[in-house]
Design a protein around this ligand. Structure first.
Ligand code: CO
Length: 160
C-alpha cells in the first residue's frame, strides 16, 4: 500500500469526467487499498479516484462503522433535502454549507465486480453525493449559494 498525493483545487484533473472501470483486477485493488491508506492519513470521510489523479469512476467512504468501496456507482434515487457543512481534501481549510438530497439510493460494484446497493440518509447521503460529484469533475464549492458563496468570496479564497 502507498499513500498517494491528493490533488488540490486548481489542478485540471479535478475537473475531468472519469471513465468507467472495465477490469476488476489487481490494479483496481491496489488503487482502492492506496485510497484507503491516503484517506486514513488525511483523516477524511471520503475520497474519489480523480483526487489522487486517476480518472476512474471509483470512490470510497469510511464513516462510523461503514466502509464503502463504490466502483462505477450510480445514484438511482434521491429524496428530500438537507443543508449542512462540507469540506473536501482537495480544498483544504474551507468548510461551507451545501444543500443535498436527504436520502439516496446508490448502486455500485464492489472491487470484485459484484453489484450492490445502499440506502443512505443524512451524513452518509451527503458524503455519497459529494464523492459522486468528483467523478463528473464537480467540486462542492460549485454548489454554494447566496450567503455561503459570498462568504467564500469575502474570505478571499481564489476562484479557479
Ligand atoms: Co471532495
Amino acid at each position: 500500500m502507498a499513500i498517494r498525493e491528493v490533488r488540490k483545487i486548481g489542478d485540471p484533473i479535478l475537473r475531468k469526467v472519469s471513465k468507467p472501470v472495465k477490469n476488476f483486477d489487481e490494479k483496481l485493488h491496489i488503487l482502492l487499498d492506496d485510497m484507503h491508506e491516503t484517506l486514513a492519513k488525511c483523516e477524511g470521510v471520503g475520497l474519489a479516484a480523480p483526487q489522487v489523479g486517476i480518472l476512474k469512476r471509483v470512490f470510497i467512504i469510511v464513516f462510523e462503522d461503514k466502509k464503502i468501496e463504490a466502483v462505477n456507482p450510480e445514484i438511482v434515487s434521491q429524496k428530500g433535502s438537507q443543508t449542512g457543512q462540507e469540506g473536501c481534501l482537495s480544498i483544504p481549510e474551507e468548510w461551507y454549507d451545501v444543500t443535498r438530497p436527504n436520502k439516496v439510493t446508490l448502486k455500485a460494484f464492489d472491487r470484485f465486480g459484484n453489484e450492490f446497493s445502499i440506502k443512505a440518509e443524512e451524513l452518509l447521503a451527503r458524503a455519497i453525493c459529494h464523492e459522486y460529484d468528483h467523478l463528473d469533475g464537480i467540486l462542492y464549492v460549485d454548489k454554494l449559494e447566496g450567503a455561503e458563496k459570498e462568504r467564500r468570496y469575502e474570505e478571499g479564497f481564489i476562484e479557479e
